[in-house]
Design a protein around this ligand. Structure first.
Ligand code: NAD
Length: 331
């Protein structure tokens, strides 16, 4: 029976993966610990490991996994910036789930946009305390505004398609533009930053996109711009964002991801003292809405993630891997 060590698991992972694994005759051990060089040893005796967005598959960790005979690394997510693909060096099959429900993520980007713009997060707290004042809760009408979409892959396209009904002018930037993109037109990234009233990020985290939102690019944006990031935290230079927030630059900022989220997101830290000053500061701004990397989190997406992840394992064993899902192959 093929054995898989699952890292960074939560109860909902078991709900979706366990019944499917039983059907497919796979033996899963669920660990709460995240994968890193200290926890890699837990995978001893397994054929594969399965990881999520904040596990660390760096060189040291991969060396330990290789020594233990791990053959396959399964990512139960789309982004793979946490895997050192150079250090994989033909030692593992590495597979991901490139598309499970782009609409789920795009719908959540829209949720953040609408909530932060119309101050739903604050209105909810007020009415719970019988405060029915609407002072300070004014937003902007989206119709007639310009939306900038950075990255026109699966999620970016879903976002463009959803936003068609809002009467927005939609502009977008992608270094690999599509020939047949519908509902939006490509502009340069500078133009997108200058012209957009709302900017939503749907690009991967790469050397090029890291800190794409920085002091300089923020200064090029319109005053009152609304930023939504459901991509990866490090797209945004957090200290620069905080400085600009202090100056009143933004109409709103919706973040589902945060540069240093790995210590906090997905965990209950409500009984602890938070040592991350930037996260704490961000949470003090009334026009910032932070969620804990939940854009993917729908029933449909979890089902699709479980099915594709375990199919990827089967394909790795049988040598029939889908090129779309394959990041690296074992020699
Ligand atoms: N918050 C969540 O729950 C969640 C869930 C899934 C994915 N994501 C993030 O969303 C990202 C996008 O996902 P996707 O499925 O649309 O990926 P995708 O690969 O289909 O699309 C990414 C697009 O970004 C473009 N791109 C690359 N470099 C760029 C740059 N410098 N500037 C602008 N665009 C650039 C690519 O050309 C591509 O078209 C993922 O990489 C992941 O980081 C977040």
């Amino acid at each position: 029976m093929t054995k898989v060590a699952f890292y960074d698991t939560k109860p909902y992972d078991k709900t979706w993966f366990k019944p499917l694994a039983e059907k497919m005759n796979l033996d899963i051990t669920f660990f709460e610990a995240r994968l890193n060089k200290d926890t890699a040893i837990l995978a001893t005796g397994n054929d594969a490991v399965c990881i999520f967005v904040n596990d660390e598959a760096d060189k040291d960790t991969l060396d330990i996994l290789y020594k233990q005979g791990i053959k396959t690394i399964l990512l139960r997510c789309a982004g793979y910036n946490n895997v050192d693909l150079k250090a994989v060096e033909g030692r593992f099959d590495v597979l991901r789930v490139p598309s499970y429900s782009p609409e789920a993520v795009a719908e959540f980007a829209l949720t953040l946009l609408l909530a932060v713009n119309r101050n739903v997060h604050r209105a909810y707290q007020r009415t719970r305390n019988f405060n029915f004042s609407i002072n300070g809760l004014m937003g902007i009408t989206l119709s007639g505004k310009t939306l900038g979409v950075v990255g026109t892959g699966k999620i970016g396209q879903a976002m463009i398609s959803i936003m068609q009904g809002f009467g927005l002018d939609i502009i977008c930037y992608d270094p690999y533009p599509l020939k047949d993109l519908k509902g939006a037109r490509y502009v340069t990234i500078d133009e997108l930053f200058e012209k957009s009233d709302i900017i939503s990020f749907h690009c991967p985290l790469t050397e090029e996109t890291k800190h794409m939102v920085n002091a300089k690019t923020i200064s090029e944006m319109k005053d009152g711009v609304i930023l939504v990031n459901t991509s990866r935290g490090a797209i945004v230079d957090t200290p620069a964002l905080i400085e600009a927030l202090k100056e009143g630059k933004f109409g709103g900022v919706g973040l589902d991801v945060y540069e240093e989220e790995d210590e906090y997101f997905f965990e209950d830290r409500s009984n602890e003292i938070i040592s991350n000053d930037e996260l704490s500061r961000l949470l003090t701004f009334p026009n910032v809405l932070i969620t804990s990397h939940q854009a993917f989190f729908t029933t449909e997406a979890m089902k699709a993630i479980a099915e594709t992840t375990l199919k990827n394992l089967e394909d790795s064993i049988n040598g029939t891997m889908d090129p779309k899902n394959t990041l690296a192959k074992r020699k």
